[in-house]
Design a binder for this molecule. Structure first.
Ligand code: SF4
Ligand code: SF4
Length: 381
C-alpha cells in the first residue's frame, strides 16, 4: 500500500522548498521517547543502559516540542519499544493533528493488545520490525515465535484499515536467496519494506555480524538480482538509496536529515552515533562540527550505509538529478558491472569513547531531579 497522495505531496513540497532555500534541514524526526524494550536483540545498540535511564520517558509535551523545534514533515517513533510508553496514543494523535506523517516502529509484541488505542489515518503507518523469514527474524531478535507474532500483527493491522510497512535490518551472514523469498512474501501480503544494513553499534552485544561496506554492496546486488533488479518489491526506500546500497553511488551521509531526539536530548551527530547531547534542535544544528563525522572522517562511521544517514543524501541527489532518479525507478538497480568508487578511509580520525561519560552525567541528572529515588537509582546502577 503506497503512501497516500496528501502526505506524499506535503513531504515533497517541503523538501523542494527547503532545498531551494539552501542550508541544512531535517526530513524525518527520529524520536526515542524511551529506551526500555521488551526484547533484547543482540544487534541493538539502544537498550544497553542502567535501569534508571531505561525508566526515563519523554513526556507528551517534550515530544510535541521536538517536532515544533525541528519542523520536519515526518516523525519516526522508535526506542526501545514505543508501545511501552503509556502516552503513546496521545503522542501519535498530537502529531497527526499537526499533519505530520507518523511512522510508529514496533516489534509488534504488544500490538494486538494496544491496536484499538489507534485509528487509521493517511498520515499514520505501523512499521513492524521484521528482519527476514521466521528463522532469520527469530535469530535476529533472539526469541522464538516473534516472527509469527509480527506476521499476525501485520494482518490484524491491515484488516483494521491501517497502513503497514516493515523495517528490515540486514546483518552479515544473511542469505540473498532467503531475503529475496521473504520480500516476495511481503509483496504478496501488500506490505512495503524499509530495508537497511545494520549499524555496528559499539554497545551492541553482537559485534561479529555487521556488514562492512563492500559486503553490503555485493549482498544487495545479489538480493536485487533476484527481484527484477529490485522492481519486484515495494520499498519505502528511495530508488537512489537502493542504488547506493548496490554500490552504484558514492554518497557522503547527511546526518542532520534524520535528527534524533532521545531521553538524553538531541543526539550529536546522528541517530547511530551518540557523541554528545544538547537541549535544543538549534544547538544541534549550529553547535555540531559536522565535518568531524562521516565515512572517511571518523572511525565509527567507516562501515555505515544506514538509511538514516544516506536517505537524505539520496533525496538531495534526486532533486538535483531527477532524470537519474526516474531512470533507476523505471529500470531498476544496476546489479552488474563496476561499482562507484568508495570513500578513502586512510585519514579518518580514531574513535572516541564517550559512552561512560554521558551515562554518568545522565545518572547524576536523574538523581539530582529526584533525590528520593536516588537510593534506588544507585542500587540499579
Ligand atoms: S526490538 Fe528494537 S529496540 Fe527492542 S531490543 Fe530489538 S532492536 Fe532494540
Ligand atoms: S556515517 Fe553519517 S550517518 Fe553514519 S554513523 Fe557516521 S555520521 Fe552517522
Amino acid at each position: 500500500m503506497a503512501l497516500p497522495v496528501a502526505p506524499m505531496l506535503r513531504i515533497a513540497t517541503y523538501t523542494v522548498l527547503q532545498h531551494l532555500k539552501g542550508g541544512r534541514y531535517p526530513l524525518v524526526l527520529m524520536l526515542e521517547p524511551l529506551l526500555r524494550c521488551n526484547l533484547a536483540c543482540p544487534g541493538c545498540g539502544k537498550i544497553d543502559y542502567p535501569d534508571p535511564i531505561l525508566n526515563q520517558r519523554l513526556s507528551y509535551q517534550q515530544c510535541m516540542d521536538a517536532i515544533d523545534e525541528c519542523g520536519a514533515p515526518a516523525v519516526s517513533i522508535a526506542g526501545g519499544e514505543p508501545l511501552l510508553h503509556r502516552d503513546m496514543p496521545k503522542i501519535v494523535q498530537g502529531y497527526l493533528e499537526k499533519k505530520k506523517l507518523v511512522i510508529l516502529c514496533t516489534n509488534a509484541l504488544l500490538l494486538k493488545k494496544k491496536i484499538n488505542d489507534y485509528k487509521p489515518s493517511p498520515y499514520f503507518t505501523w512499521s513492524i520490525h521484521l528482519d527476514g523469514d521466521k528463522a532469520m527474524h527469530d535469530h535476529a531478535v533472539d526469541q522464538k515465535g516473534t516472527y509469527e507474532v509480527a506476521v499476525e500483527a501485520i494482518q490484524l493491522a491491515q484488516s483494521k484499515g491501517f497502513r503497514v510497512q516493515i523495517n528490515c535490518t540486514v546483518f552479515d551472514g544473511a542469505s540473498p536467496d532467503r531475503l529475496a523469498a521473504f520480500f516476495d512474501v511481503m509483496k504478496a501480503q501488500g506490505v512495503e519494506i524499509t530495508v537497511s544494513p545494520g549499524y555496528a553499534y559499539e554497545r551492541a552485544p553482537d559485534q561479529e555480524h555487521f556488514l562492512n561496506r563492500q559486503r553490503t554492496k555485493n549482498f544487495f546486488r545479489e538480493v536485487f538480482k533476484r527481484g527484477d533488479d529490485g522492481k519486484a518489491w515495494d520499498f519505502t526506500n528511495s530508488p537512489l538509496f537502493l542504488d547506493f546500497l548496490a554500490g552504484n553511488q558514492t554518497y557522503e551521509c547527511t546526518p542532520w536529515s534524520m535528527p534524533l531526539r532521545t531521553v538524553f536530548g538531541w543526539q550529536k551527530p546522528c541517530y547511530l552515533v551518540g557523541e554528545g547531547y544538547v537541549s535544543t534542535f538549534k544547538e544541534l544544528m549550529e553547535g555540531t562540527d559536522w565535518e568531524q563525522y562521516g565515512v572517511g572522517k571518523y572511525e565509527k562511521c567507516a562501515n555505515c550505509m544506514v538509511h538514516c544517514g544516506f536517505e537524505g543524501t539520496a533525496a538531495t541527489d534526486a532533486i538535483r538529478h531527477p532524470l537519474k532518479m526516474f531512470s533507476v525507478a523505471r529500470k531498476g538497480v544496476r546489479t552488474e558491472g563496476e561499482m562507484a568508487p568508495d570513500i578513502d578511509l586512510s585519514n579518518q580520525r580514531p574513535a572516541e569513547n564517550v559512552y561512560s561519560t554521558h551515562v554518568e552525567r545522565e545518572l547524576a541528572r536523574i538523581i539530582a531531579e529526584n533525590p528520593k529515588g536516588a537510593k534506588r537509582t544507585e542500587r540499579a546502577a
